[in-house]
Design a protein around this ligand. Structure first.
Ligand code: HEM
Length: 422
């Protein structure tokens, strides 16, 4: 089988439930060229090398096939920092980091742990008296959405509007949902509306600042220069979308994996302190972000016996790299207490996931509570129905049955000292 057709099969919805044998096939050629001239990198060492190579750009305007109105751009707004290279990327990331975690804002995420426990607790409370649920709809989706909205200061009553916008924006990076022109248009409309909403919210915050991140960003005057209003809008859209579409899959892939390994589920129930290692293993074994389709070669790049020509588009298959047997022992086995777990779940290099400490803390708040409170939990469908998206991969629904909902909640979370190490 030609390597390009392996990647076509990975994108094909019928392989969404289990792409891992195809990733193994892909790794036989660490750097492969597709029929359309794009390159696919699938082995751990080569992916890490690409993630750290300054000749590999994340700015879609460098793509040979880029045209004004590309699906990643919002008319009238600058690209968000995930789609920028240094020095612009670094300037914006620094300004945002100041309001997100150590050393400037060490309490930001830790101070949300009680909120997280309360949100998870009340979502699970809603299941009391029932014996079946869709864990995606009832917990895994609404939880991170409520957390990112609270972090940014989005009023609770506006939250349902975000789902419509987020769905339209994410559908655009999903090659399986309709023609490119329609996807681009829908994404642009949704992102522009969301950007306008957040811009107005930031303006209101300037007059009446709260203690949320958007208020602080709106008021920020720092040595590196504050974010312009347009930059604030485009990057707040990024944070909201990232906060909607990733942690949901970590929690739902996590519950699915535990339910497929009942002995590990029971062990986790007895030993909730396994959480930090278990979450790392889930990020390796069933990663919410399967690949990064957005890189471009700025120069000819020699790697693993292949030359990727300048201007070529590059896809980094993180999920294949994290299961590379040359990097990790017993790579296809779920080992919840795996030591020294080096995975690519959050990417690497200068674009390493900005939200990683938040995502980890969220998963550590949700998973032990779900396992503790939903007694005698069983899967209804295996595999469950998946979302169409091959990049942000996870179940669309996760139907389960259970005997009883135990009382809660118990407040859990990592302590301040641990957070400094994430
Ligand atoms: C389990 C949940 C998550 C996973 C698996 C995940 C994964 C990733 C990955 C793989 C990247 C690298 C992208 C690249 O190199 O092009 C990334 C970047 C990023 N993530 Fe996450 N993410 C998660 C949660 C979040 C959350 C909750 C937020 C929001 C607070 C967030 C915000 C970002 C941002 C802003 C970037 C761009 C960073 C940069 O370009 O410097 N992520 N994420």
């Amino acid at each position: 089988m030609a390597p390009s057709s392996v990647f076509d099969q990975i994108v094909d919805y019928k392989n969404r439930a289990n792409p891992y044998p195809l990733y193994a096939e892909l790794r036989r050629t660490p750097v492969s060229r597709c029929d359309d001239g794009a390159y696919v990198v699938s082995t751990y060492t080569e992916i890490v090398s690409m993630l750290h190579d300054p000749r590999v750009s994340s700015d879609f305007r460098n793509r040979a096939d880029w045209a004004e109105g590309d699906e990643n751009s919002v008319p009238g707004l600058p690209p968000s920092f995930i789609a920028l290279d240094p020095p612009e990327h670094d300037r914006i990331r620094k300004l945002l980091t100041r309001h997100f975690g150590p050393p400037h804002d060490p309490g930001r995420i830790m101070s949300m742990v009680p909120d997280m426990a309360e949100i998870v607790g009340s979502l699970i409370d809603n299941l009391a008296g029932h014996h079946e649920a869709d864990l995606v709809e009832e917990v895994a989706y609404p939880f991170p959405v409520a957390v990112i909205c609270r972090l940014l200061g989005v009023p609770r009553e506006d939250q349902p509007r975000f789902r419509v916008w987020a769905d339209a924006i994410v559908a655009a990076i999903d090659p399986t949902t309709g023609d490119l022109a329609t996807r681009k248009r829908r994404r642009q409309e949704a992102a522009a509306e969301l950007g306008r909403y957040l811009g107005d919210l930031a303006d209101a915050d300037r007059d009446r600042p709260g203690d949320d991140m958007l208020s602080e960003l709106a008021a920020d005057e720092q040595a590196q220069g504050r974010l312009s209003r347009d930059e604030l809008m485009s990057n707040a859209v990024l944070l909201l979308i990232a906060g909607h579409e990733t942690t949901v899959n970590l929690i739902s892939n996590g519950m699915l994996t535990l339910l497929r390994h009942p002995e590990e589920l029971q062990r986790f129930r007895r030993q909730p302190d396994l959480s930090p290692r278990l979450v790392e293993e889930l990020l390796r074994y069933e990663p919410p972000v399967q690949f990064l389709p957005n890189r471009t070669a700025l120069d000819d790049i020699d790697i693993a016996g292949t030359t990727i020509p300048r201007g070529a588009s590059i896809t980094l298959v993180l999920a294949a790299g994290s299961r590379d047997p040359d990097h990790v022992a017993d790579a296809d086995r779920f080992v919840p207490d795996r030591p020294d777990n080096e995975h690519l779940g959050f990417g690497g290099g200068i674009h390493y996931c900005f939200g990683a400490p938040l995502a980890r803390t969220e998963a550590e708040a949700a998973l032990p509570e779900l396992v503790r409170r939903l007694e005698d939990l069983r899967l209804v469908a295996d595999p469950p129905p998946y979302r169409p998206n091959p990049v942000l991969r996870g179940p669309r629904h996760l139907p389960v049955v259970f005997d009883r909902v135990a009382p809660g909640p118990v407040v859990r979370g990592r302590d301040e000292r641990q957070l400094h190490h994430v």
